[in-house]
Design a binder for this molecule. Structure first.
Ligand code: NG6
Ligand code: CA
Length: 546
């Protein structure tokens, strides 16, 4: 069976509503293709039946090696696909007109497309920290965009989302961007890295250590740099360059992509990066092949583990800078490298889902597709993202973007698919990536290890129109806002109104800001002076929660 064709026939993409009209009251009823009653047409999965019959392991009392294959048989596989800097308006299923993303659209058409889905922070490290720990990142002062040589941010003694799933008998893997630090201090990159994903809940890891614009530009598999020649050891430094090593700053004629901001460090593959490195020449990645490499590793992981419940965190690198898609995608979007990178990501998602289908796992796998933070056009490289963007709206109807306290910083695409269990449709429930820990814990019968994670499983499965009522969001630097139902309150923060280098509004103001997102998704009308009671209540609520 071709899953994608079947889903397309049953649930044509044209049924998906325009996002302008779907930033709706989270308390309004969930829309499905067949019914406004979320429970009515939902087929119980074998796993639900097992849960209802009381056979689900409770409280994590059984160590994982005591969980039998029989007990595990009906647990769904879980896959979280996380894009990097993809905006709410970057997918055609979320209303993009100038970009066509057929594979992610098919996932949405066969699942639930959330109109109020969030990451917790407007940059990568804090956002990913929350996703994997179920904890708000503003509680941790170190949870800021990390350099490539930063120590591991997650405390290995804490039970993470993948760790909790390990306890439930899952085999867990990460493929793609990590950006949560490695090691415990100074790293010797030529030896196995002692602290990383494998120490915080992942059985298997194949990672890019930080970002695709940061050194070291190598992949690390289970703590070991892939393809490293011991005769050509690798060293990394974020303070100073190594004598004789060319950088973008010193050799602008040796780089093939100009710079608008920063990124003046070591040149790798004709592109200069953040930070400095020396050696490890054979292990350095080729940006053009990165999507293929991650896809292959993701496919290998699910193939190797197709006979047992698995959790895969597939962390795509697109469309983060530098945007260097494979030649197959160059020029395809008409929007320049940023658009081409999004098409490459869409292709990778399609190929991945096809493998899931070939393995016969489509109906036993819950897939989430979302993004780590909002979009940015010029993020430091002169790749014509601004010039070629034309009428495309990466933020959809929202204000701000990556780094911002305004909505587009954290209000991201959020799709949940589990064919046969989740009825296709659109949900306005307020859900956040920080909630995956508690929700998956509920799904697999484990205690919730995430202190800020709320169980919104019923919303994720389309059985309830209600998600959270309150959610704290941050800009990536610990400055927070409160969303409560349809309201968002931004406390006064000193500072400039625009990040000039990226041309994105900060959201800062000396005044309180209060917006009604149902009536005003673009945050144009500050109601703080008019709705003082609501404002005061939310100010108190945020104080109480921080
Ligand atoms: C910024 C980088 C930007 C990007 C970002 C992290 C400069 C001028 N800008 O400091 O290019 O790497 O960090 O992005 O260096 S994130 O999506 O991983 O959070
Ligand atoms: Ca990001």
């Amino acid at each position: 069976m071709d899953f994608r064709k079947e889903e397309l026939i049953q649930h044509p993409v044209s049924r998906i509503q325009n996002p302008e009209s779907s930033i709706q009251n989270p308390e309004s009823s969930l829309v499905t293709c067949h019914s406004t009653h979320p429970m009515k047409h939902t087929q119980p999965s074998p796993w639900t039946i097992l849960a209802a019959s009381g056979l689900v392991l409770q409280g994590g009392c059984a160590p994982k090696d005591q969980i039998s294959h029989e007990e595990n048989r009906d647990k769904p596989n879980i896959v979280v696909i996380l894009a990097d800097d993809l905006g709410f308006g970057d997918l055609s299923c979320y209303g993009a007109v100038r970009l066509h993303t057929p594979n992610i659209d098919r996932l949405a058409a066969g699942g639930l497309r959330f109109s109020n889905g969030y990451c917790t922070a407007a940059t990568s490290t804090p956002s990913r920290f929350s996703l994997l720990t179920g904890q708000y990142a503003w509680r941790n002062d170190r949870a800021r965009v990390l350099p490539g040589d930063a120590p591991l941010l997650i405390d290995p003694s804490v039970t993470t989302l993948p760790g909790m799933l390990q306890d439930a008998g899952y085999v867990t893997g990460i493929v793609g961007k990590w950006h949560l630090g490695l090691g415990t201090g100074t790293i010797d990159w030529n030896r196995p890295v002692q602290a990383g994903p494998n120490q915080v809940g992942f059985d298997y890891s194949y990672i890019m250590p930080a970002t695709n614009d940061r050194c070291p530009t190598v992949f690390i598999e289970n703590g070991i740099i892939v393809g490293l020649n011991p005769l050509d050891p690798i060293t990394v430094n974020y303070k100073e360059n190594f004598p004789g090593e060319p950088t973008g700053k010193d050799y602008p004629d040796r780089i093939r992509m100009g710079l608008t901001q920063g990124h003046a460090g070591t040149i790798v593959n004709g592109i200069s990066r953040i930070g400095f490195m020396k050696g490890g020449t054979r292990a350095r990645w080729t940006d053009e092949n990165m999507a293929d490499t991650f896809l292959l590793k993701a496919q290998e992981f699910i193939t190797a583990n197709s006979d047992r419940p698995f959790f895969l965190y597939y962390a795509l690198h697109e469309p983060h800078v530098p945007r260097v898609p494979n030649q197959r995608f160059v020029g395809r979007s008409g929007l320049g490298p940023r658009g081409d990178a999004i098409l490459e990501a869409d292709w990778a998602v399609g190929e991945f889902l096809e493998r899931l289908d070939e393995l016969g796992l489509i109906h036993s796998t819950l897939v989430i597709f979302t993004s780590d933070n909002g979009p940015v056009l010029d993020d430091g490289y002169a790749d014509q993202a601004m010039e070629l963007n034309g009428s495309h709206t990466p933020c959809g109807p929202m204000r701000g973007g990556k780094y911002s306290l305004f909505e587009a910083g954290t209000h991201v695409p959020f799709i949940v698919s589990w064919p046969g269990t989740i009825q296709p449709g659109i949900s306005d429930a307020l859900v956040c990536q920080v909630d995956l820990t508690a929700s998956f814990a509920a799904l697999v019968g484990q205690p919730n290890p995430g202190p800020d994670s709320e169980n919104v499983l019923e919303a994720l499965l389309g059985r309830s129109p209600a998600g959270r009522t309150c959610l704290i969001l941050e800009n990536g630097n610990g400055r927070t806002v409160l969303r409560e139902n349809e309201w968002i309150m931004i406390p006064p923060y000193p500072g400039r109104q625009l990040y000039e280098d990226v041309n994105i509004e900060t959201g800062f103001s000396v005044d309180y800001q209060l917006y009604n997102l149902i009536l005003d998704s673009g945050q144009k009308e500050n109601l703080a002076a008019h709705k003082t009671e609501k404002l005061n209540q939310m100010v108190e609520e945020l104080k109480r929660r921080r």
